[in-house]
Design a protein around this ligand. Structure first.
Ligand SMILES: Nc1nc2c(ncn2[C@@H]2O[C@H](COP(=O)(O)OP(=O)(O)OP(=O)(O)O)[C@@H](O)[C@H]2O)c(=O)[nH]1
Ligand SMILES: [Zn+2]
Length: 310
């Protein structure tokens, strides 16, 4: 049995890089499901390690027999397909790439990615502002320092001028990092800086597997110097998966010390009496914008739950 690393998967065909040799195999899953991944919608993602068997006839084809134990998984809810989508596995650092302008800074998007990051066990999160060369308005700077205050990594770079890139590469050493971002923030540009030629390779792959459609709707692992980087599809909306409307408050990490003090253990921090979270918002100890993000995400998850079960 050979061992390998899943680099990407499109339409249930997985590109697996063999351990030791680095040879690439085009693999399918043997049988219908993987034993240890029963019930998963997409059982394999870039970053997964697998055992596979080489095809006896066709060179560089194979079948995946088993997924090795995962440390964690980064999952979003795919609104189009109405199903969870695992974007990456075995993640050390989730990078939410953003920009001060072009497209506009969207803190609500960041908050949602950070909620998803809280659900990736053992992974850290970095809020990474690209396009620093465009200038950083005070409101953006304030928000970034809020993220730092509540315990997330925060950095600013400019792919255009190269500012902050060397430090970023140093920070990434030894890690598997996942890039997430809205369209247009410069994700492809950053990826190309980290992994020269990556963009071109992505283009070739989409032509091969995604005939006609140029939109990359799958993630892909690349080896960079001293670290691994997983690129994910640029999305307009991001919905985290793996929590419920009732529990999502626990994914706003700065709420936690207060939430424990709420009169009701399952307090939703809305209209309940003696809600310590609301009180903290009122006293300025919790940022009102983060609280607003919470309310909106809670509501959206509730709507999705009604769609699913109603
Ligand atoms: N001013 C400035 N522009 C940048 C910087 N990085 C990227 N851009 C520009 O931003 C635009 C979008 O960059 P892309 O790398 O294509 O962004 P993306 O996030 O991959 O976007 P999608 O392909 O839509 O997912 C391009 O015109 C880049 O030249 C930067 O640091 N500063
Ligand atoms: Zn409460």
């Amino acid at each position: 049995m050979r061992r390998g690393l899943v680099l990407m998967g499109i339409n249930n065909i997985f590109t697996v890089e063999e351990e030791g040799t680095g040879a690439l195999y085009e693999c399918r899953i043997k049988g219908k499901v993987l034993e240890d991944a029963v019930g998963d919608y997409n059982p394999l993602a870039p970053g997964d390690r697998v055992e596979f068997e080489e095809d006896p006839i066709e060179e560089h084809k194979g079948s995946i027999e088993r997924r090795l134990e995962r440390k964690n998984a980064f999952v979003r809810y795919n609104l189009k397909r109405k199903a969870p989508q695992t974007l990456a596995a075995n993640v050390d650092l989730l990078v939410c790439l953003t920009s001060p302008d072009q497209p506009p800074f969207r803190p609500r998007f960041i908050d949602r990615v950070l909620v998803a990051a809280e659900l990736v066990e053992g992974a850290e999160a970095l809020v990474l502002l690209n396009k620093k060369d465009l200038g950083v308005p005070p409101e953006v700077a304030r928000r970034l320092s809020l993220y730092a205050d509540i315990g997330y990594h925060v950095r600013m770079i400019s792919v255009k001028t190269g500012e902050g890139i060397a430090d970023l590469v140093a920070f990434f050493q030894g890690k598997t990092v996942v890039l997430v971002g809205q369209s247009g923030v410069g994700k492809s540009s950053l990826l190309n800086t980290l992994v020269p030629g990556a963009g071109q390779r992505v283009g070739e792959i989409s032509r091969k597997y995604n005939r006609g459609s140029h939109v990359t709707n799958y993630s892909r692992l690349f080896h960079a110097r001293g670290f691994e980087v997983i690129d994910t599809p640029g999305v307009r909306e991001f919905v985290p998966y793996g929590t419920s409307s009732r529990d999502v408050g626990w994914c706003f990490r700065e709420f936690e010390p207060y939430a424990k003090e709420c009169a009701y253990p399952s307090c939703q921090h809305m209209d309940e009496p003696d809600c310590a979270v609301k009180e903290a918002v009122m006293k300025g100890r919790i940022d009102p914008e983060r609280y607003e993000s919470y309310l909106r995400l809670r509501e959206e998850l509730e709507l999705l739950e009604q769609e699913e079960y109603g």
